[in-house]
Design a binder for this molecule. Structure first.
Ligand code: SF4
Ligand code: SF4
Length: 335
């Protein structure tokens, strides 16, 4: 049986996964809790919380482990995690992912950035930052980021046996999706081997970071009439970049025939047009490019384009594709 390295006052080792719909955090949480119990002899529980089941909406997975003789009478969301797994570094923009951590908690982040760069974006005093480029691994292995994150988590949770998780991966996929078994095991192994760590020593006497519960802004007395959008400038402030899974469409202007098939396929109105004169001097709408602030990287537009004027490319470190970015009012607001 595995020995837990730390426990809270109720006898639990607690893990919280912070993610968005579509990256597989819910499944990762289920597999982790199942493997801790069935494969490693611990007692434990795992559950997720999410809103609408829509790609891009926030998801949290909560996993609690304890000794087999401890009764689990606590099924509340995890407020004080020993380990946090963050499935997309852009989540810091909208969610306080490190809420409630201890001064020596470990924070695993899927990112291309270094631990020092990530620390600047997170409000933390000390602890260990672990970084894995799970998106790159998942794209190369044709899998999802969740098994790469699980691999990195098993380096952190060294009381759990990685071979036992490989069996859990096999059991999870072999019946319905047997062709996913080997790529997911490779993804898990790469996550385990490629994760990097940096530890920051907290100053003496630092208190754990307080947990902040997000209170709903609207209740039954303050709710506006149905169908009303009350937040001002909401289309300027909307930012779908956290919904992306590492790929973006690139626009190749010279191939475009301005047929608007991409605009029809796009669910988020990302395409920007301008009126110019055609060869005969008549006014016509020409596609100018893609506004990446609104793009969630679904690549439906790439499939829709009849002349390959759009291609799916890897997203770069600054969160935008390198070419054909249309400047948007949002940039003016931000700067
Ligand atoms: S990938 Fe294409 S279709 Fe999907 S949101 Fe972005 S621009 Fe629209
Ligand atoms: S579908 Fe392709 S060719 Fe048509 S407007 Fe869009 S990018 Fe241009």
């Amino acid at each position: 049986m595995a020995n837990l390295p730390k426990m809270n006052e109720l006898g639990f080792f607690e893990i919280r996964l912070e993610s968005i719909g579509g990256l597989g955090a819910n499944l990762a949480g289920k597999m982790l809790s199942e493997d801790g119990v069935v494969g490693n002899g611990l007692n434990g529980i795992g559950f997720s919380s999410y809103g609408s089941e829509k790609k891009g909406s926030p998801v949290k997975a909560h996993i609690r482990f304890c000794e087999p003789n401890t009764n689990i009478r606590d099924t509340t969301p995890i407020e004080r995690p020993h380990v946090v797994g963050i499935f997309h570094d852009a989540l810091f923009k909208t969610i306080d992912c490190t809420s409630g951590i201890y001064p020596d908690s470990t924070i695993l982040v899927n990112s291309q950035k270094s631990p020092d760069e990530l620390r600047k974006g997170m409000d933390i005093q000390g602890g260990t930052i672990a970084v894995i480029n799970a998106t790159e691994i998942a794209l190369e292995e044709q899998t999802k980021v969740n098994t790469a994150m699980l691999g990195a988590l098993y380096r952190i949770l060294d009381f759990l046996d990685p071979d036992s998780m490989k069996n859990t991966i096999r059991k999870t996929f072999e019946q319905k999706y047997p062709h996913f078994v080997e790529p997911n095991i490779r993804t898990f192994e790469r996550g385990y081997n490629e994760v990097e760590f940096k530890t920051y020593i907290p100053e003496e006497g630092i208190e754990p970071k307080p947990f902040k519960r997000l209170e709903p802004l609207l209740g039954y007395e303050t709710m506006p009439l149905g169908g009303m959008v009350v937040n001002p400038g909401n289309s300027i402030l909307k930012d779908l970049s956290i919904s992306r899974a590492g790929m973006l469409p690139h626009f190749h202007d010279s191939k475009c025939i301005n047929c608007a098939a991409c605009d029809t396929a796009c669910p988020d109105f990302c395409f920007v047009w301008e009126e110019r004169a055609d060869k005969r001097g008549r006014p016509q709408m020409f596609l100018k490019g893609i506004d990446y602030q609104y793009c969630k990287g679904c690549l439906k537009c790439v499939e829709a384009c009849p002349v390959e004027a759009l291609s799916g490319e890897r997203e770069y470190n600054d969160g935008y594709a390198e070419v054909n970015r249309v400047p948007h009012l949002f940039d003016l607001v931000k700067n």
